[in-house]
Design a protein around this ligand. Structure first.
Ligand code: HEM
Length: 134
């Protein structure tokens, strides 16, 4: 019997529901980015095609959540900040990325306790990616 409220999953990857759920999350994230006017600045920092971004973010998040290291197996160390340097990332883009991801987490049914934790982790990563003022 569990003696406290700690979730009984070894990793956030298991907790979220494995690859199928990570895939659904990434698909919804980019669909929303494409559809919702409140994410227009974020969408504008991307190219016309989102297919490669969908695939790469899916691979990345699997490993980032403690699951299979699809991204690093293919590309080595993610060097995320360096990889984002060509794109303008200020407070507006950061906040739109976080809001879009949070909406996607809600819509695909990420468990609330995990969602709260991921919100915090995503903030740390997204904030560190800022490469311009404003
Ligand atoms: C803070 C605001 C962010 C902006 C504006 C942004 C923007 C972008 C853009 C424009 C791309 C290129 C997509 C393409 O190849 O067409 C990209 C790729 C990517 N982003 Fe972000 N991003 C942000 C935050 C994040 C965060 C927080 C993460 C991870 C938690 C992340 C993970 C990735 C990954 C893994 C890729 C694929 C990199 C590659 O291998 O080419 N991004 N992002």
């Amino acid at each position: 019997m569990q003696s406290d409220n700690k979730p009984s999953y070894d990793t956030p990857f298991e907790w979220i529901g494995g690859e199928d759920k990570v895939k659904a999350l990434v698909e919804r994230f980019y669909d929303l980015m494409d559809l919702e006017p409140q994410y227009a600045a974020l969408r504008a920092s991307h190219g016309t095609e989102l297919a490669r971004a969908r695939e790469n973010l899916f691979w990345f998040l699997c490993g980032w959540l403690g699951g299979p290291q699809h991204y690093t197996d293919r590309f080595g160390h993610p060097r995320l900040r360096a990889r984002h340097m060509p794109f303008r990332i200020g407070v507006i883009e950061r906040d739109q990325w976080l809001a879009c991801m949070d909406q996607a987490m809600g819509e695909v049914g990420v468990p609330e306790e995990l969602r709260v934790r991921l919100r915090d982790s995503f903030f740390q990563t997204a904030d560190w990616m800022r490469n311009t003022h404003g």
